[in-house]
Design a protein around this ligand. Structure first.
Ligand code: PMP
Length: 406
C-alpha cells in the first residue's frame, strides 16, 4: 500500500507534465475532436507532419535489404556503424561543402534525441538556452528535463528571421546555447546567409565578453526540404561552435522509423573532448543509438528523399488558394509547414470551427503565438482540394474575405 499523501510520481515528471504548451499538445493528441476523428476517411488532416499516402517503394526496399543478416553480429549491440557514419558525413559534405569527418557523426534515434544529447554535452543544469518563438513545441520540455533554463525571444514578425536585437538583449553570462531552426518549423523561413553571419559575430562577441563559450545548436530537421531550388545554408558554415542535429524522419516522411544524428563540424575546436562526452552520454542516457536495422539502411536512405516537387506543388496550391480568399501568410521557403494569420483574433475558436467541418490545423497558441494557425503540407492533394470550401467559408464570416472581382 502507498504511503498516505505521497505522490507516486517524481517531481521532475510533474514539472514536465505541467508545462502549458505540453498540456495543450497532450490534450490535443489524446482528448480533442482531432484525437477522436483523425482516422475517419473524410477528414482533412493538416495537424502534424505525418504521411497520408503509402510509403515510397525505395524506403521499404532499403529496410527490407537491411533486415537480411550478413553475419552473426548483425543484431548485436551497436554504437555508431562506420558505414552509416561515412554515408552521413559524405552527404553533409555534399549539402554544406564542409568536410565532415565520419567520427563526428553521432547516430541517435532521430532529432528528438539528437537535441537533448547535444545540449547535455555542452550545458549543465542551470545554464540558459535561448530559442525563438514560435518554436518547435518540444524544445521547452527537452530543456526542462535536462535542468536547463529556457529563455524565449520572439522572431521578427515581418520576416520570421531571428531578431538579433532581441537576442542580444536576452544573452546573459549564464547563456550557454542558442537554438536555431532553419528551415523553420512552423514558419517555413530559411535564414539567409547574412543573418547567419551576423548571428555568428554576435555569439563570438558574447562568448568573449562572458569569458565562456556560447554554443549554437542548429536543428536542421528540414535541411533537405527546401522549395524553388533554394540553397540551404547551415549556421555551421559560419560559426564553428555549432552542434548540428538532424533526423531522417522528414526527408523520407517516415518519422516512426527513428534515426538521426548530432554532427560536429570540422572547424569545431576541442572535438576530441566533445566526441567523448557524446559517447558517454549516449550510454548513460539509455543506449540511445538507433536500431541496427536503421543504421544498415542509412547509406541507401541517403540516396533519395520524398518528392520535394510534389510538396512544392501542394504548397503552391494552398498558398494561392488561401491568399486568394484573403488569408494573410508568407509562402514557406522550406519545411513542411505554412504559418498563417487566423482571420479572427481567437485562433482556437477558428481552429475549432474548422474542426467541426473535418479540417484539422493547429492553433497558434500551441506555438505561443496566438492569432495564427499552422498547416502541414504533408496532407494529400485530395485533402487540400476538399478543405478549400471550408477555408473559404471560415474566412467569409470574419469580414476579412477578399471581394470577388466582378
Ligand atoms: N526538430 C524539429 C524542428 C521538428 O519539427 C521535429 C519533428 N517534428 C524534430 C526536431 C524531431 O524530429 P524526429 O521526430 O524525426 O526525431
Amino acid at each position: 500500500m502507498g504511503i498516505i499523501g505521497e505522490s507516486p510520481v517524481s517531481g521532475r515528471s510533474i514539472t514536465l507534465a505541467s508545462v502549458p504548451s505540453q498540456r495543450r499538445i497532450d490534450t490535443f493528441l489524446r482528448d480533442s475532436v482531432y484525437a477522436w476523428r483523425q482516422n475517419e476517411p473524410d477528414i482533412c488532416d493538416f495537424a502534424f507532419g505525418n504521411p497520408h499516402e503509402m510509403p515510397q517503394a525505395a524506403y521499404v526496399e532499403a529496410l527490407s535489404d537491411a533486415l537480411a543478416p550478413r553475419n552473426e553480429q548483425w543484431f548485436a549491440y551497436k554504437t555508431n556503424e562506420p558505414e552509416a557514419q561515412a554515408a552521413a558525413a559524405a552527404s553533409l559534405q555534399r549539402l554544406l561543402g564542409l568536410p565532415f569527418e565520419p567520427a563526428d557523426i553521432h547516430l541517435t534515434t532521430g532529432g528528438f534525441t539528437a537535441i537533448p544529447l547535444a545540449l547535455k554535452a555542452v550545458a549543465d543544469p542551470g545554464d540558459e538556452v535561448i530559442f525563438t518563438l514560435p518554436p518547435w513545441f518540444f524544445y521547452e520540455p527537452l530543456l526542462l528535463e535536462a535542468g536547463l533554463v529556457p529563455v524565449k525571444i520572439r522572431c521578427d514578425a515581418e520576416t520570421f528571421d531571428v531578431d538579433l536585437a532581441a537576442l542580444g538583449a536576452a544573452i546573459t553570462p549564464r547563456t550557454r546555447v542558442v537554438i536555431v531552426n532553419t528551415p523553420n518549423n512552423p514558419t517555413g523561413r530559411i535564414y539567409p546567409p547574412s543573418l547567419l553571419k551576423d548571428l555568428a559575430d554576435m555569439l563570438e562577441g558574447a562568448s568573449r565578453s562572458n569569458g565562456r563559450r556560447v554554443y549554437l545548436l542548429s536543428d536542421e530537421a528540414y535541411n533537405r526540404i527546401v522549395y524553388d531550388g533554394a540553397r540551404f545554408h547551415s549556421p555551421a558554415e559560419y560559426y564553428p561552435y555549432t552542434l548540428l542535429a538532424y533526423t531522417y524522419g522528414k526527408t523520407h516522411l517516415a518519422p516512426g522509423q527513428r534515426i538521426g544524428y548530432v554532427a560536429l563540424p570540422p572547424a569545431m575546436p576541442d572535438r576530441g573532448a566533445l566526441r567523448e562526452a557524446l559517447a558517454a552520454l549516449q550510454m548513460a542516457l539509455g543506449w540511445i543509438y538507433p536500431n541496427a536495422l536503421m543504421q544498415y539502411a542509412l547509406p541507401r536512405l541517403e540516396q533519395f528523399s520524398i518528392d520535394i516537387g510534389e510538396l512544392q506543388r501542394k504548397r503552391d496550391l494552398l498558398v494561392d488558394a488561401l491568399t486568394g480568399m484573403g488569408y494573410r501568410l508568407q509562402s514557406p521557403e522550406g519545411s513542411f509547414y505554412l504559418f498563417a494569420h487566423a482571420p479572427i483574433a481567437d485562433d482556437e475558436a477558428f481552429v475549432d470551427a474548422l474542426a467541426q467541418r473535418g479540417v484539422f490545423v493547429l492553433p497558434g497558441v500551441l506555438f505561443e503565438t496566438p492569432g495564427y494557425f499552422r498547416m502541414s503540407l504533408t496532407a494529400s492533394e485530395e485533402m487540400i482540394q476538399r478543405s478549400l470550401p471550408v477555408f473559404a467559408e471560415a474566412i467569409a464570416g470574419s469580414g476579412q474575405a477578399k471581394e470577388k472581382a466582378t
